[in-house]
Design a protein around this ligand. Structure first.
Ligand SMILES: [Zn+2]
Length: 146
């Protein structure tokens, strides 16, 4: 999707008029109208405000591909409500909100420990097999490369 469609979609999903949307984002109604017509694209600062206000990442607003899994625990991040946030409220697209919050990581010390924490949450047929699989999968994630 293009930015103009994404913004229109966002406004409609939130049941806002162009005027109400403009008020929320501290811009003019004309600016909102121009975004939706594809005449202009919000500037970086406005994109950040939109991101914070609606809980949608800047990359998504720009129609760019996103990380699909948390770079610590491998949890799918398709649902944007699972993204972590910086203390100022900016979305951090790399991690889920459980692994990263309040400005820091809240993760088991080792990958083995993390896997032991994750295993009981799943209904694996064979925990042994799953443990091996998780170890291979998760060790490729950025956080565990360090
Ligand atoms: Zn995570």
């Amino acid at each position: 999707m293009e930015t103009k469609d994404i913004l229109l979609d966002l406004r409609q999903k939130n049941n806002l008029t162009q005027a109400k949307m403009a008020e929320k984002l501290l811009v003019t109604r004309q600016a909102v109208s121009r975004w939706e017509n594809g005449e202009t694209v919000p500037n970086t600062d406005t994109l950040k405000i939109i991101s914070k206000t609606f809980g949608v990442s800047v990359n998504t607003l720009l129609g760019l591909p996103r990380n699909t899994i948390c770079q610590v625990c491998g949890m799918p991040l398709e649902d944007e409500s699972n993204y972590s946030r910086e203390t100022e409220g900016d979305i951090n697209e790399k991690y889920c909100k459980w692994c990263y919050h309040d400005g820091g990581f809240h993760v088991a010390d080792t990958l083995d420990e993390l896997i032991e924490n994750i295993l009981p949450l799943q209904n694996w047929a064979s925990p042994e097999e799953m443990r091996k699989l998780l170890k291979v999968q998760l060790s490729t994630l950025e956080y565990w490369q360090k």
